[in-house]
Design a protein around this ligand. Sequence first.
Ligand SMILES: C[S@@+](CC[C@H](N)C(=O)[O-])C[C@H]1O[C@@H](n2cnc3c(N)ncnc32)[C@H](O)[C@@H]1O
Length: 230
Amino acid sequence: MPQAQLARVLESQLASWQQRTGRREAAIVDVGGGTGGMATHLAASGHTLTVIDPSPDALASLSRRATEAEVADRVTGRQGDAGDVSSLMGESSVDVVLCHRVLDVVDQPSEALTSMAAALRPDGLISLLVPGRRAAALGHAINGQIEAADQAMDDPRRFDLDQIVALFDAAGLELVAEHGIAALADLVPESAVESSAARQRLLELEVRLSTDPVFRALAAHLHVTGRPRP
Ligand SMILES: C[S@@+](CC[C@H](N)C(=O)[O-])C[C@H]1O[C@@H](n2cnc3c(N)ncnc32)[C@H](O)[C@@H]1O
């Protein structure tokens, strides 16, 4: 998963939030944040991060990683479930919720999203990353797995924008922006991106394609930014 592309999209959405609110540092909750790659990255920019994850092993790695990155004073791990975010953090207490590659593993995505939305301040932001439905079908078909490609189109663990908009609506959220992440990366042979210059060139192309409606629909991951409906 191209973390660099995701970080670019997220940083630009955070910059818009900073401009809109006039605040520099955000209280961010990373739901299912795992070992804290994104949390430590954002903490290094001065934000305060809480990672909520059910895995004690992931939280232990998070703690080590935050210490190594010298951001331990701004990163807290809490064991919990995506559905517990508002009870763990308190209602209307969080500036930004990240939920990256987690909605596809929780038992009740709609309830989880509703809890995350309830934790957001009225001027808050949610950043959601989900696996794309069409990319899954395409990936199976390219490998000759025709039955799996067909099933992927009905797989409730894969998403398209219409589904996310419906989930947002039920949770009291409205759409801010949508981007395709990794429209090409999984399709490009590794031998073509061995040099750092080639990887940088691919990243720039991915950034360009991330807002193109056709590439966005076929991207491996869909990134959706939302905010509480007024
Ligand atoms: C694929 S990893 C994603 C980690 C990180 N967000 C990322 O994008 O690199 C899924 C994470 O979700 C966590 N997870 C699994 N079930 C969860 C649940 N019900 N609520 C919150 N997190 C959950 C796992 O422990 C794991 O850290």
